[in-house]
Design a protein around this ligand. Structure first.
Ligand code: FES
Length: 106
């Protein structure tokens, strides 16, 4: 199990135990984290699962693939550590990961 902390736009914190191999988006939806809409269900086709990776975690999480990068163009208020959470696979090295949910989705 890997711990992930989601910080909602209103500052609310959601600490979640996530299964490795699942995605950061799936765990947000499963735990009713507000602000993650995930309209396409994780197909990298909607940009409504946008999160800001905490800068301290950005290197470990890594850069988006080109397809994700293209979709991020449709996200609201994209920042340097923006990622689509359906494209972040939970794994041991992400234990303790912190992501913030933007004020709104696309
Ligand atoms: Fe649609 Fe992530 S859920 S792009």
């Amino acid at each position: 199990m890997t711990k992930i902390t989601y910080i909602a736009a209103d500052g609310g914190r959601f600490e979640v135990e996530a299964d490795n191999g699942s995605t950061v988006m799936e765990n947000a939806v499963r735990n009713a984290v507000p602000g993650i809409e995930a309209e396409c269900g994780g197909a990298c086709a909607c940009a409504t699962c946008h999160v800001y990776v905490d800068p301290e975690w950005a290197d470990k999480v890594g850069e988006p693939e080109p397809m994700e990068e293209d979709m991020l163009d449709f996200a609201f208020d994209v920042q340097p550590t923006s990622r689509l959470s359906c494209q972040i696979i939970v794994r041991d090295e992400l234990d303790g990961l912190v992501v913030r949910v933007p004020e709104r989705q696309a």
